[in-house]
Design a protein around this ligand. Structure first.
Ligand code: GLN
Length: 485
């Protein structure tokens, strides 16, 4: 048994029966971090002391009869979620020295479950990117091939799980940032329905699209973490006051009675042949498991999603990033007597190129004279896309697509070509535009590189997609492969 490679439910069983202590589990992960970090660079902060303290406390709680499935289990948090007393950098120079005075709701909830926080994960700066190369600090490497990207923006979180540095991680997803890195690293990643998980304490990128979700080693773990983080929060006005079910209850291996649609627009031009082959095989498997599959579903507005996203997300981002003015917090350029120069230089040195690009795009799209042509038009497209999904869900319980059109690409390959980089989220961003839940699970390999399958659900239909993902996982072995580093 390799302790750091355990899933949450496996580790929980061992903790509960006292065959393992949280301190042992935590030390195994810390040791693994020491081994692999020089090669993968998934983490921006390692909280060794805190982790060991929390592990000791968890062991005490377990001794006193605490049976929560997350008690004593190590977790890594993407570095855009506020952690009290622990740096929260968003992998940006702007927040390099920022230490929040409060915890994000999700962090508070995990701490309430007796979690062990191991550190903070590297990401594309302010979550803008698809490869984790836009981190202001260093790129993260894919454990399946160190010359390749792990996806992004939650690349650090996905790698930390895939490399066995942690038992699970949290990521955030604005246009694919949980699912695409999950696919690229062969782990499980879920983006919940918009409003399902509180965004309080998540550093905002595009507020109408952002959601926090789990990155785990299997589907059962994903359900356990979702149970812990989901639910209404009065501090997030967009969180939805809906009852949250127990997501572990829907995990059965039988898909009889479920209908699944395969939208043809997601099998895009330029898609890698191996990805398409793997998808067809995976969907056949779902059929074998009892689902009724409709292969030729059409969602004709899909091709406009990318353009709409790159108007809406930058527009919201430019408003959200206006707060970094060097006055209230974060980096501040002070070597001048001029207020305007201070403001300008703070942003010039504090933000990286991709962030500046988004701010310029958003400012342009919202400016007088262009608003109707760009922002308003994009919002109309958003409505059409959402309606199209609503119609599809009158007929199907879920939709299945590839998570990405390709396997992980080489580090450096797309970093100077924003459009190519943006295209790697072409299958994931429509889901954020419509606010739907979607999960990515391991569904094959091409020359040793991971392929992910995306399962999309109705609003608040997390149970259905978890069920489908679980059934597929139980019938396949992909999720059991571990990167050989
Ligand atoms: N890659 C997309 C972007 O750069 C999505 C990022 C995300 O989901 N945070 O905007």
């Amino acid at each position: 048994m390799i302790i750091n490679q355990l899933t949450i439910h496996e580790a929980h069983r061992l903790l509960e029966t006292r065959q393992l202590s949280s301190v042992e589990l935590t030390k195994a992960c810390l040791e693994r971090i020491n081994q692999t970090e020089p090669r993968v660079r998934a983490l921006v902060v390692i909280t060794e002391e805190l982790a060991l303290r929390q592990a000791q406390k968890a062991d005490q709680l377990i001794a006193e009869g605490d049976t929560h499935p997350l008690t004593g289990i190590p977790v890594i948090i993407k570095d855009n979620m506020c952690t009290k007393g622990i740096p929260t950098t968003c992998s940006s120079r702007m927040l390099e020295n920022f230490v929040p005075p409060y915890d994000a709701t999700v962090v508070e909830k995990l701490n309430g479950c007796g979690a062990v926080i191991m550190g903070k994960a590297n990401m594309d700066e302010f979550a803008m990117g698809s490869s984790t190369e836009h981190s202001a600090f260093f790129p993260t490497h894919n454990p399946w091939d160190l010359t390749r990207v792990p996806g992004g923006s939650s690349g650090g979180s996905a790698v930390a799980v895939a490399a066995g540095e942690t038992i699970y991680a949290l990521g955030s997803d604005t246009g694919g940032s949980i699912r695409q890195p999950a696919g690229f690293c062969s782990v499980t990643g879920l983006k919940p329905t918009y409003g399902r998980v509180s965004r309080y304490g998540l550093v905002a990128f595009a507020s109408s699209l952002d959601q926090i979700g789990p990155l785990t080693k299997d589907v059962a773990d994903c359900a356990i973490v979702l149970n812990a983080i989901a639910g209404y929060d009065s501090r997030d006005s967009t969180s939805v006051p809906e009852q949250t079910p127990d997501y572990t209850q829907c995990l059965t291996a039988d898909l009889n009675g479920l209908s699944i649609g395969v939208p043809k627009e997601y099998f895009v031009e330029g898609m890698q042949a191996e990805v398409e082959t793997a998808m067809r095989a995976a969907i056949n498997k779902l059929e074998e498991l009892g689902a009724r599959v409709e292969w030729e579903v059409s969602l004709p507005h899909t091709p406009y999603a990318l353009a709409a996203y790159y108007i809406i997300a930058p527009s919201e981002a430019m408003a959200n990033l206006a707060r970094y003015d060097g006055v209230k917090y974060g980096f501040s350029y002070t070597d001048t007597d001029s207020m305007w120069e201070a403001l300008e230089k703070t942003r010039q040195f504090g933000f990286g190129d991709e962030v500046k690009r988004r701010i310029m795009l958003g400012t342009y799209a919202l400016s007088a004279g262009y608003y109707d042509a760009w922002y308003l038009k994009a919002q109309k497209v958003r409505t059409l896309i959402r309606q199209e999904f609503d119609q599809a869900f009158e007929k199907y319980d879920a939709l299945v697509t590839p998570t990405s059109p390709t396997v992980p690409f080489k580090i450096g390959e797309k970093v100077d070509d924003p459009l190519q980089m943006y295209l790697s989220d072409v299958c994931t961003l429509p889901i954020n535009i419509a606010g739907l839940p979607a999960i990515s699970i391991p569904a094959g390999f091409a020359d040793g590189l991971p392929i992910g399958m995306q399962i999309i659900g109705k609003p608040f239909g997390e149970e259905t997609i978890l069920k489908i993902a679980y059934a597929y996982e139980q019938a396949t072995e992909w999720h059991k492969r571990r990167a050989g580093i």
